[in-house]
Design a protein around this ligand. Structure first.
Ligand SMILES: [Fe+2]
Length: 371
């Protein structure tokens, strides 16, 4: 049996302080007009300014587009394309978390092809590769900086854009950029990365390479997350969490995701809640389904605790210790519940590990309690 493993088309530069080298690293493109894509949180934390300042005495002009929301919306992409055309951008730098990088990917692809968002949603082929995109992640979680995927919310539904050219051309992964992340953003990002790793390890279309990356990411997150939450400026811990999120991103980019993401994408589109929080709510319930129907598959997951008997109980203990919620308080009509269950059931990841509509429905019911 043969297997193919593609890490992607991204040149990955990793290291504390690496973002300072951005001008030299992209000099060969000789950009005239660069669009810096970011959001209010990143700008408020002062993370965009040094990147902008680095171009001050160069021949490249920079322009900021920061109108990106959490769970980025179609309107954010449309506004970004408009801004990119206005300034005749010949390249983009995304400085932010998954929402910012996903938005920049969509802008870069639409801009190059002079098309509409609906022309690139899904895995449609478009004639031209995106404009050059440089990613500078400021969170450790989404893995978007090493993947070919972008997720945009269109009319209350999360839609994936997948394209083999959508890997950022260059990713500058600088752990110092994650030092000011809040505790909740750190925890949500880490649980998102943990979920990517778990789903990649359990994926039936994975292979030894993606499983090795996923297993290592899982071990690193269990080993370092709590230390970083206690000591947010622990650069070593931040470095390890960023490494883990990149490994998990590479693992799922190759092996695909699974039902946890099917469920969290369905609810994320409807409720506009943090993606990592939704993954934390659904991951234990989905693992219980494995425990009941395919317990042998859970043996692929690494040992992460000397005191907990199983991966599931170690995960539940971790979620308890870092005080993430167990449920959401939302009123959900029968119609809305059924619609979300169907939406989750039809998600791409569900095609990899099928759960019935009824199981999706009961998993949603188990985490959404009447408000
Ligand atoms: Fe995710």
């Amino acid at each position: 049996m043969t297997s193919t493993f593609v890490i992607g088309g991204t040149q990955l530069v990793f290291g504390a302080g690496s973002s300072k080298d951005i001008v030299a690293l992209i000099a060969h493109w000789a950009f005239n007009q660069l669009l810096l894509v970011s959001d209010a949180g990143v700008m408020g934390a002062g993370l965009l300014e040094p990147i902008e300042d680095a171009f001050e005495f160069t021949d490249t002009e920079t322009h900021i587009f920061s109108n990106v929301e959490e769970n980025p919306k179609a309107a954010n992409v449309v506004a970004g394309v408009h801004r990119a055309k206005e300034v005749a951008a010949d390249g983009l730098i995304a400085v932010g978390g998954g929402s910012v990088i996903d938005t920049a990917k969509a802008i870069a692809l639409i801009l190059a092809n002079d098309c509409r968002l609906e022309d690139v949603v899904g895995e449609q082929s478009v004639p031209l590769p995106p404009r050059p995109l440089i990613a500078v992640p400021t969170t450790a979680g989404s893995g978007s900086e090493v993947s070919r995927w972008s997720v945009i919310t269109v009319k209350g539904q999360k839609e994936a854009i997948g394209n083999r050219h959508l890997y950022p051309h260059l990713t500058l992964a600088d752990p110092k950029m994650t030092l000011t992340l809040s505790a909740s953003m750190t925890a949500y990002g880490a649980i998102d990365a943990l979920t990517h790793a778990v789903e990649a390890v359990l994926s039936p279309i994975g292979h030894p390479f993606s499983r090795a990356l996923g297993r290592e990411a899982i071990k690193v997150i269990f080993a370092h997350l709590e230390n970083v939450l206690e000591n947010p400026e622990d650069l070593h811990g931040r470095t390890r969490l960023l490494e883990a999120s990149l490994m998990a991103g590479m693992a799922f980019d190759s092996a695909s995701l699974g039902p946890v993401h099917g469920l969290s994408q369905a609810l994320g589109g409807a409720f506009d809640l943090p993606h990592g929080l939704l993954n934390a709510l659904f991951l234990p319930g989905v693992l219980k389904e494995y425990q009941t129907h395919a317990p042998d598959q859970l043996e692929r997951l690494p040992a992460v605790s000397s005191s907990d008997r199983s991966f599931l109980s170690a995960l539940q203990s971790l979620i308890e210790r870092i005080a993430l919620p167990h449920h959401l308080e939302r009123d959900l009509s029968e119609t809305a519940l059924n619609r979300l269950a169907h939406r989750a059931y039809h998600d791409q990841g569900m095609g990899v590990v099928p759960l019935s509509v009824a199981t999706c429905r009961s998993l949603i019911q188990s985490v959404v309690h009447p408000g």
